[in-house]
Design a protein around this ligand. Structure first.
Ligand code: GDP
Length: 472
């Protein structure tokens, strides 16, 4: 394609790259820098096809002149299994003030909006598990504005609570704690708040800045306080978007359904998505035949922070992939085709980006000053020991940081957390389960196995020095 656009022979471009030591085939996708270099070396003027960058997601930056309007917050609920995530989401859904009128049975589409008495709205992402949350982030889609951390008052902070805290912190989204099951006789909210302190969550009751709200999803108490806490946090975040532009955003869920074809739930981040628009979503494209909300109602258009199912794509994009309205079918085809090739290439080639080596490369290009790692070990003691020793390596310029260190085998959640933070997983005296291994392979996350702490430190030190060195 590049050769054609320059009116040169493809073989010449391939030959040129080979001389530079880059072995490429005619249909391989080049990164933007290489492409620009080739174009200027062949004596042509570099001109981007459009402002939108096909490679990194084709979403054009907002013009600062654009008028931005407030948008509802997008909230994800996380927490330990059985602490009441599903119950809380159901209870919150039931507080919707217009739900009654519309009636109808709700279907699960992965996201829904609640209309509050105050007239404000909150969008909830209803995707199970932390892995989904990180999968989205890993693909560059920061969909969540606020994380609700559900902790059962009769059970306290548990392993997945800690995991959720890591995911939330890594994403930078503020946390609101929902202390659930307050109706239980053995509820002990103070213990929950104490437990949280150990994980650097200091709630307002303890002079911190994290809101903690006592609720019962079962008895439906405290829900107004919780939604108020969310709107208060949202105000602080000053969430705004420009609705008057072509829509773009993120894919929340998708599948191919019998009789309906490909069905994708999307969440608009900016602009307005209308029925009839031509969209590209990940490596798929299509004309939006229908927009449907979780009550099965047909919509004409959706704006910022609004979710809906869309029908009409030619396949199922992956959760976390970006979508955007494009000007015409030809453009949509071009981008989708490009991405499909890029995906195939990533599947066979290196792709990903979460190995120690790739991290070193990024450090050398000083895109990054910190090496992140996820540590899993056989016992808590070694996980902590490794994390602490790691953080002593390096200097002010470059250092290592364990974004997660916990006992247990490597699971899918670890891999997604690693992927999202472009970090390798250090497995110390533990193995990865099958799903984790497969996911790591698919996502290009490196899992490094060790049984001697010294070796871990040695490798990380080498990686840090690698970027410290050569030309100083
Ligand atoms: P999840 O695994 O976090 O989604 O938890 P669920 O919402 O499935 O809830 C797990 C169990 O806790 C279910 O049996 C719920 O009925 C129960 N549960 C959830 N919230 C409450 C609550 O506020 N009070 C009491 N007593 N039980 C609750």
């Amino acid at each position: 394609d590049l050769a054609a656009r320059m009116a040169e022979r493809a073989a010449d471009v391939v030959k040129y790259l080979m001389k530079q030591g880059q072995m490429v085939r005619v249909n391989d996708v080049l990164d933007q820098d290489t492409a620009e270099l080739i174009v200027s070396d062949f004596g042509h003027v570099v001109k981007r096809v459009s402002e939108s960058d096909v490679e990194t997601g084709f979403i054009a930056e907002d013009d600062p002149e654009d008028t931005k309007k407030p948008r509802p917050p997008v909230v994800t609920v996380m927490g330990h299994v059985d602490h009441g995530k599903t119950s809380l989401l159901d209870a919150l859904r039931a507080t919707d003030v217009v739900a009654g009128e519309a009636g109808g049975i709700t279907q699960h589409i992965g996201a829904y909006q609640v209309n509050l008495k105050s007239g404000e709205k909150i969008t909830f992402l209803d995707t199970p598990g932390h892995a989904a949350f990180s999968a989205m982030r890993a693909r560059g889609a920061q969909a969540t504005d606020i994380v609700i951390l559900v902790v059962a008052a009769d059970d306290g902070v548990m392993p997945q609570t800690v995991e959720a805290i890591k995911h939330a912190k890594a994403s930078g989204a503020p946390i609101i704690v929902a202390v659930n099951k307050m109706d239980k006789p053995d509820a002990n909210p103070n213990k929950v708040l104490q437990d949280l302190l150990q994980h650097e969550i200091v709630v307002e009751q303890m002079s911190g800045d994290v809101q903690a709200i006592e609720v019962s999803a079962l008895k439906k108490t405290g829900l107004d306080n919780l939604t108020e806490a969310i709107t208060l946090q949202a105000e602080l975040l000053e969430l705004k978007a420009n609705p008057d532009r072509p829509g773009d955003g993120v894919v929340v869920e998708s599948q191919v359904e019998q009789g309906r074809g490909s069905v994708a739930t999307v969440l608009v981040k900016r602009g307005t998505l209308k029925r009839g628009d031509i969209v590209v979503a990940g490596a798929q494209w299509g004309r939006v035949r229908a927009l449907i909300d979780e009550r099965g109602q047909q919509l004409k258009e959706i704006g910022p922070s609004q979710p809906a199912e869309i029908l009409g794509l030619d396949g199922a994009p992956e959760p976390g992939e970006l979508f955007a309205v494009v000007e015409n079918e030809a453009r949509a085809r071009e981008i989708a085709d490009y991405r499909q090739r890029q995906k195939r290439q990533a599947a066979t080639g290196s792709g990903g980006g979460a190995s120690l080596e790739q991290m070193m490369a990024r450090l050398q290009q000083s895109e990054q000053q910190e090496i992140h790692v996820v540590i899993k070990a056989d016992v808590q003691g070694s996980a902590e020991a490794i994390a602490q020793s790691l953080e002593k390596l390096g200097n002010e310029e470059v250092h290592a940081r364990a974004i997660h260190a916990a006992p247990g085998g490597v699971n899918e959640s670890d891999v997604m957390l690693a992927k999202a933070s472009k970090a390798p997983v250090i497995a110390f005296n533990v193995r990865a389960n099958k799903q984790a291994r497969e996911l790591a392979e698919a996502e290009g996350v490196e899992i490094r196995y060790y049984s001697i702490i010294y070796n871990v430190l040695d490798d990380i030190k080498a990686a840090l020095e690698g970027m410290l060195s050569p030309e100083q």
